[in-house]
Design a protein around this ligand. Structure first.
Ligand SMILES: CC(C)(COP(=O)(O)OP(=O)(O)OC[C@H]1O[C@@H](n2cnc3c(N)ncnc32)[C@H](O)[C@@H]1OP(=O)(O)O)[C@@H](O)C(=O)NCCC(=O)NCCS
Length: 148
């Protein structure tokens, strides 16, 4: 890990920073029309959602998951656009996976675009469904699955 990173629960006062991270990744990785759904998601306080802080205490990534009927779904994972490629996405994924394993979930689902597909495939996710322009024009949706 190139720097000290801290994984902690997301608090209400972190929401604006999470939305700013979303905005920095739009429209390259997210479609503008997804913002409202993300904002709504952040207010669902009972769902596990986390942030990653760098050594200065600045939030550089966020992401969560949902457990339903013994299966997990990754939700809204993202790294601040200016610090992609520094290992932060790996840290965020590993920490979430560790938390998910503790729940005893047997399967992990997620969806992402063609822009991040390669990142998740490295973990062995398989593509279950491909929806062209599923998030918006030019942003295809891939539903992925990983047995835990
Ligand atoms: C996908 C994402 C989380 C990856 O985070 P990151 O911090 O840039 O990734 P890392 O630096 O940890 O990358 C680790 C490795 O994955 C590779 N990698 C990163 N993004 C990749 C991609 N899109 N395709 C293929 N490989 C990728 C890196 O090259 C690196 O490889 P290496 O270890 O051989 O050097 C980040 O790009 C992101 O936030 N994207 C926007 C949001 C998004 O699309 N989220 C998807 C789910 S909602």
């Amino acid at each position: 890990m190139p720097q000290e990173l801290r994984f902690r629960d997301c608090q209400r006062q972190d929401h604006d920073r999470c939305l700013a991270i979303f905005d920095g990744n739009t429209p390259e990785f997210f479609a503008f029309q997804e913002r409202e759904a993300f904002e709504r998601y952040l207010t669902k306080e009972r769902l596990p959602y986390f942030v990653v802080e760098d050594g200065q205490g600045i939030i550089v990534a966020c992401g969560g998951f949902v457990i339903e009927r013994g299966e997990a779904d990754l939700a809204w994972g993202m790294v601040e656009r200016s610090v992609h490629g520094q290992g932060i996405g790996t840290f965020l994924f590993d920490q979430r996976l560790e938390a998910i394993r503790k729940t005893g979930a047997s399967v992990l689902h997620m969806d992402t675009s063609q822009k991040s597909l390669g990142f998740y495939k490295r973990y062995g996710f398989r593509v279950e469904k491909e929806t062209l322009n599923g998030y918006g024009p030019g942003l295809h949706r891939y539903d992925l699955c990983l047995n835990l």
